[in-house]
Design a protein around this ligand. Structure first.
Ligand SMILES: [Zn+2]
Length: 97
């Protein structure tokens, strides 16, 4: 696990309260799945950039593959745009402060 992945994991656990974001079951260390909301595909990386794909807002933690899949918003353009806006607003705010 890279340092960035470790930080993402700690952040996700902190905001999720240690439970699966999709079903609410407790997350078991070593078995949890990092779920990308905008899918981690070559096409999405080309379209939205690694900045968005790897951003902590784009990653949720889930207990299983089924719950992992339920977080995917790749097919919902409105939800994708809202998430991108949230990420850019958050980062722009950090840069201003
Ligand atoms: Zn779950």
């Amino acid at each position: 696990m890279t340092q960035v992945q470790e930080e993402q994991r700690r952040y996700a656990l902190a905001i999720s309260g240690g439970v699966c974001e999709a079903c609410g079951k407790p997350l078991v260390d070593g078995h949890m799945q990092a779920a990308h909301r905008i899918g981690n595909t070559k096409m999405n990386r080309a379209k939205y950039g690694s900045f968005v794909i790897d951003h902590r807002y784009n990653v949720g933690y889930t207990c299983s593959l089924a719950c992992n899949a339920s977080l995917d918003i790749s097919g919902e353009p409105d939800a994708v745009m809202r998430l991108c806006a949230e990420i850019y607003t958050k980062e722009a705010h950090i840069l201003r402060c």
